[in-house]
Design a protein around this ligand. Structure first.
Ligand code: C2R
Length: 162
């Protein structure tokens, strides 16, 4: 059964959103990916959100750029946790995406991540952490991931000044 849905407003978001997918794959978390747009395919968005919980999804990672209404509208139509990833944009550098996603009215939260690749990776990691609450094996994997990361940083060297 698929546990995480990764949706994005356009296939042009894939370059960024693939990093969430790769992270979930690394942890062997079953996920699905789909282009869903609040603006361009509103009926599909409603269907996706309304059926997400009954299809077994535990959370939804939603990435979009510009007037990024997808995560918020997804959150409006499902009680599942929605993790929003602001996709960078050409003219406003993704600040438009960030503000569109993060400034939700009270009552309908979207957990909002950093603009771009770091946000996509962290949304994936956050989804793993959510699932790990009820999955001891996944929790062990997550701890090992963090340990590897710590060791990598501790082993980092800086160049000598010439
Ligand atoms: N923000 C949204 C939504 C939405 O929020 O529903 N649907 C598409 N888009 C965004 O439009 C940008 C340009 O899309 P195109 O590259 O297809 O023109 C993408 O970053 C997409 O997420």
């Amino acid at each position: 059964m698929v546990h995480v849905g990764i949706v994005m407003g356009s296939n042009s978001d894939w370059e960024v959103m693939q990093h969430a997918a790769r992270l979930l794959k690394e942890f062997n978390v079953p996920f699905e990916t789909k282009v869903v747009s609040a603006h361009r395919t509103p009926d599909l968005l409603f269907r996706y959100a309304e059926t997400a919980a009954e299809r077994g999804l535990k959370c939804i990672i939603a990435g979009a750029g510009g007037a990024a209404h997808l995560p918020g509208m997804m959150a409006a139509k499902t009680h599942l946790p929605v993790l929003g990833v602001p996709v960078p944009t050409k003219y406003l550098k993704g600040q438009d995406s960030l503000y569109s996603i993060v400034q939700m009215p009270k009552g309908v939260p979207v957990a909002t991540f950093a603009i771009g690749e770091a946000g996509a990776v962290n949304a994936g990691l956050f989804a793993v952490a959510l699932l790990a609450v009820h999955d001891a094996d996944l929790a062990v994997q997550l701890q090992a991931y963090r340990l590897r990361q710590t060791e990598t940083v501790l082993a980092q060297m800086l160049p000598e000044i010439e």
